[in-house]
Design a protein around this ligand. Structure first.
Ligand code: GLA
Length: 734
C-alpha cells in the first residue's frame, strides 16, 4: 500500500522514498518528512525550543512553544503568523487576506487524479492511488483540496491543489502554488536551468544563503530564460551519490519557484503559477485548479533522479502513442533555405534526403500567405501556391511518392500586422485598450483566452491537415507575451488573462492532437522557449534549441537532460560554418551530438560531397541501430561540460547489457593524459566487451577506474564507444 494513514499521520511510500504529513494538536497539517523511507512517524524532528518573539497561534493560549513560523508546513498560508513564503494567498470581500487552514478530511481514491483543462500525468495501468486531503479555513467556507498521486515504482509523488469557494460571496485567489516543500536542513544547493534564445537550459548550481532564491518567468511562456524545474541537492551530491529532490511544474506559462532559507536554517521550496498580477475570481460554489508539480527524490545522486524523471515522463506524462515508437529521421528545410525556396528546391532537398535514408521531409516557415520574410502573413494559413509552384497537396503527394512522410510548420498563436487575419480581426490580439502592443519578431499574439479564436484556429488547422495528408506538425511559438490584456475579457478578469491564455493553448493542442492521433507533433518556441512538461503532455518531442552548433548543444542538451527524456529532445545536424556561431565542427561530431536526441538534418544535403553523403548514410544506420536505447534506455551524464574539457554521456539498456558512450572533447591540448570517463548504471559484477577491439572490462572497473577516450581527438572532436555485456561462459572462452 503506497498510502497509509495512522493516528493522523499520512505516509506516502514509493520504492525508495517516504513522504509524510501529520495533523498536529491544533489541526495544522505539518510536513514531517520527504526522504528515505524511515518507516516511522517523523514528527519528532519538529521539536523546537521557545523562539523568542515568534508569533504564536491564538489557540496555543499563553504557551510560547508553538509557532507556525518555525514549523514544517504542508501548505502554508500568509497572515496567520508564518512569515515565510506562503503557498496560498486569497482575498475575501471584507478586504482580509489571512487564511487559517486546518485539517478537515481525507479520501483515498483508486487511480490517478486528473486536472480539469490542464495537462497532468496519468496511469494507464491503474496501479496508482490518489490521496486527497481537504483543509478548511477556520472562519470562511473556503476549502483547499491537496491532491497527491503516488507512483510507487517510479519514485514520484505528484501534487496539485484545488481551491473551492463555498462562501456566499466572491473571493479572489492571489497565489496558489502547486507544491510547497519544507525541509528541516539547509545544506542544499539549488540546480536550476537558465538561458536565453538559442542557449537554453544551462545548468547552474548555486548555494543558498539566508533569504529567498527566486527564478521564474513573466513572459507568458515558461521561457528560454528559466525552465520551470528546480533540483535541491545536498552539498556533496554528485551524479552518482547523495540526496537530491526534484520539483518540476507541468505548466507552460509564467511561473515562479522560490527557495527560502529561514532563520532556523530550514528550507521552503515552492513552485507554481506566477502570482504577480494574478487574481482569479471565484464566485460562490466555483473552484480553481492549479497545475501539477512532479516531485521525485533520490538518495543515489543526480543520475538516478534524472532517470526517474525520464521514465516517468515517458510512461506517465507524454500521452502521444509515438512516445515509445521509433521516430522517422527527418530533414527540415529551415537552415537549408530559410524563406527562399520554391517547390523545385524543396523537392530536390527531399530527393537527396531520401537517397541517404531520411524518412520525413519537414517544410518549415514560409509556405503560406505572402511570407517571404518574418514580418508578414502569420495567421494567413493559406498555401502560397505561386511560391510552391503547385498546390500543397501536390507537393505532399510528390514527397509521399518518394516514400517519405511530409511534415509542416505552423505557428497557431501568432499573427502578423500585415495579414488578412489581423485586418479582419484586430480585436483578436492581446493589447491594452489605449496602448499599442509591443512587437517581437514583428509579430503580435492572438487572444487565446477567447474561445472564438481557439475555435477558428481548430477549424483552419483541421482543414489544412485533412486536405493535405500531413504526417507531422511542428508547432512553433516565437515570442514572449508582453501585453497582458485580452480584449475578450472584462476589465475585472484581466488578471486571469495569462492563465486563460495557457488554457486556450492547451485546449487547441488537446483538440488537434486528439483528432490527429496519427500525426507526430513536435513542439517549438523559438527553439526551446517552451520546452516543459506541460507541452510534452501533448507533443512527444520538442525542438531543443535554435542553436544547432554541436559545441554549444553539448551544454544545452546537458542541462535539458536533468528533467527531460532524450527521446523528447529534437536535435539536428546542420551546415558549417554553423549559422548561429560560425564554428566549424566535423560532420562526425555534429552527428554524434544530434544522436543524443530525436535525430534529423537541417541543411541542404545536395551541397554535400559524395564522401559526406556516405557519412550521412552511415550516421542514419548508426542512429537506427541505437534508437531503441535512446527511446527506452537509461541516460547518464558522464561529465559536466561546465567544469571539464569534455562533454560525455551514455545510454544503457534497462537490462544493462548494451552501452553506448558518446563524447566530445572541447579542446585538444598537446601531451595531455587521455581523457577518461567513469561509466554509470552498469552491473559491476559482469564483464563488458568493447565492440571495436574486444577488450574486456568488469562493470566495476568501468565505473570505478573509468574508460579512456581515444587520445587523438582534436578540438571539438567526438567519439562513440559501444560495449556489451558478455555472459561468464563467453568470458572463460576468451
Ligand atoms: C523558430 C524555430 C525555427 C524555425 C523558425 C521559423 O525560430 O525555432 O526552427 O522554425 O522559427 O521562423
Amino acid at each position: 500500500m503506497s498510502i497509509q494513514v495512522r493516528d493522523q499521520v499520512f505516509s506516502l511510500t514509493t520504492n525508495d522514498s517516504l513522504y509524510q504529513m501529520k495533523v498536529d494538536q491544533y489541526g495544522i497539517l505539518n510536513h514531517t518528512w520527504y526522504g528515505p523511507n524511515t518507516e516511522m512517524d517523523m514528527s519528532y524532528i519538529e521539536d523546537y525550543p521557545e523562539i523568542s518573539f515568534s508569533a504564536n497561534l491564538w489557540d496555543t493560549e499563553k504557551s510560547r512553544m508553538y509557532s507556525l513560523n518555525d514549523r514544517l508546513l504542508e501548505y502554508p498560508c500568509g497572515g496567520i503568523s508564518d512569515f515565510r513564503e506562503p503557498a496560498l494567498l486569497l482575498r475575501v470581500p471584507d478586504g482580509s487576506s489571512s487564511l487559517d487552514l486546518r485539517y478537515y478530511s481525507y479520501e483515498i481514491l483508486e487511480g490517478k487524479y486528473s486536472i480539469e483543462k490542464l495537462p497532468a500525468s496519468f496511469d494507464r495501468d491503474h496501479k496508482t492511488q490518489t490521496l486527497k486531503i481537504t483543509l478548511k479555513d477556520t472562519v470562511y467556507d473556503i476549502f483547499v483540496d491537496l491532491l497527491y498521486g503516488i507512483f510507487e515504482e517510479e519514485n514520484v509523488i505528484t501534487r496539485s491543489v484545488t481551491i473551492r469557494n463555498m462562501t456566499p460571496f466572491e473571493i479572489q485567489v492571489k497565489k496558489a502554488v502547486s507544491a510547497s516543500l519544507d525541509l528541516p536542513e539547509s545544506d542544499y544547493e539549488v540546480i536550476h536551468f537558465h538561458g536565453r534564445h538559442a542557449m537554453e537550459r544551462l545548468a547552474e548550481r548555486t548555494s543558498l544563503s539566508h533569504g529567498t532564491f527566486s527564478i521564474g518567468s513573466r513572459r507568458g511562456q515558461s521561457s528560454h530564460q528559466h525552465n520551470p524545474g528546480i533540483i535541491l541537492a545536498k552539498n556533496n551530491t554528485n551524479e552518482t551519490s547523495g540526496e537530491a529532490y526534484g520539483m518540476l511544474l507541468v505548466y507552460s506559462g509564467g511561473f515562479e519557484a522560490d527557495i527560502e532559507k529561514d532563520q532556523l536554517d530550514q528550507i521552503r521550496a515552492t513552485i507554481g503559477l506566477r502570482s504577480e498580477n494574478f487574481r482569479w475570481q471565484l464566485k460562490p460554489c466555483e473552484h480553481f485548479c492549479g497545475p501539477e508539480a512532479i516531485l521525485s527524490y533520490s538518495e543515489k545522486g543526480l543520475g538516478v533522479l534524472s532517470n526517474q524523471y525520464h521514465d516517468f515522463i515517458r510512461s506517465h506524462l507524454i500521452r502521444s502513442s509515438f512516445v515509445h515508437q521509433k521516430r522517422p529521421i527527418l530533414i527540415n528545410n529551415w537552415e537549408a533555405t530559410y524563406f527562399d525556396f520554391n517547390g523545385e528546391k524543396l523537392l530536390s532537398i527531399a530527393k537527396s534526403a531520401h537517397e541517404l535514408g531520411i524518412e520525413l521531409f519537414v517544410l518549415d516557415d514560409g509556405w503560406f500567405g505572402e511570407r517571404h520574410n518574418d514580418d508578414s502573413s502569420l495567421g494567413d494559413w493559406f498555401v502560397n501556391e505561386k511560391k510552391l509552384q503547385m498546390p500543397l497537396r501536390q507537393l505532399v503527394e510528390k514527397i509521399h511518392a518518394l516514400g517519405m512522410q511530409f511534415g509542416l510548420w505552423i505557428e497557431p498563436e501568432m499573427v502578423s500586422e500585415n495579414s488578412k487575419l489581423y485586418r479582419d480581426h484586430p480585436n483578436w490580439v492581446l493589447r491594452s485598450p489605449l496602448r499599442d502592443p509591443a512587437r517581437s519578431r514583428y509579430q503580435l499574439v492572438l487572444d487565446m483566452a477567447n474561445p472564438e479564436v481557439v475555435d477558428y484556429l481548430e477549424q483552419v488547422f483541421t482543414k489544412l491537415i485533412e486536405e493535405n495528408e500531413i504526417d507531422y506538425i511542428k508547432w512553433d511559438m516565437n515570442r514572449s507575451i508582453s501585453d497582458f490584456y485580452a480584449p475578450s475579457l472584462s476589465p475585472k478578469t484581466q488578471s486571469e488573462m495569462a492563465h486563460r491564455y495557457m488554457l486556450g493553448v492547451y485546449d487547441l493542442a488537446d483538440r488537434l492532437t486528439s483528432r490527429f492521433e496519427n500525426i507526430l507533433f513536435e513542439g517549438c518556441a523559438g527553439g526551446g522557449g517552451r520546452f516543459d512538461a506541460g507541452m510534452l503532455y501533448y507533443f512527444p518531442q520538442y525542438w531543443c534549441s535554435d542553436d544547432t552548433d554541436a559545441h554549444n548543444r553539448c551544454f544545452i542538451q546537458h542541462g535539458t537532460s536533468f528533467f527531460y527524456p532524450i527521446s523528447a529532445t529534437g536535435s539536428h545536424v546542420s551546415a558549417i560554418p554553423n549559422h548561429q556561431t560560425g564554428r566549424n565542427t566535423s560532420l562526425y561530431t555534429r552527428g554524434i551530438v544530434a544522436m543524443a536526441g530525436t535525430f534529423g538534418y537541417e541543411l541542404d544535403l545536395s551541397e554535400l560531397s559524395p564522401k559526406e553523403k556516405e557519412e550521412v548514410k552511415e550516421q542514419i544506420k548508426v542512429y537506427k541501430s541505437m534508437q531503441e536505447l535512446v527511446l527506452e534506455g537509461d541516460y547518464y551524464r558522464l561529465s559536466d561540460p561546465n567544469q571539464q574539457n569534455v562533454s560525455a554521456w551514455s545510454f544503457v539498456s534497462k537490462d544493462k547489457k548494451k552501452i553506448i558512450v558518446q563524447a566530445v572533447v572541447f579542446e585538444h591540448k598537446p601531451n595531455m593524459k587521455k581523457p577518461h570517463v567513469f561509466l554509470q548504471g552498469l552491473d559491476e559484477n559482469r564483464w563488458y566487451r568493447r565492440k571495436e577491439d574486444g577488450h574486456l572490462f568488469t562493470g566495476k572497473a568501468l565505473m570505478k577506474a573509468g574508460l579512456f577516450l581515444p587520445d587523438q581527438l582534436g578540438t571539438d572532436e567526438a567519439c562513440m564507444i559501444e560495449l556489451e555485456q558478455i555472459d561468464s561462459k563467453n568470458r572463460e572462452a576468451q
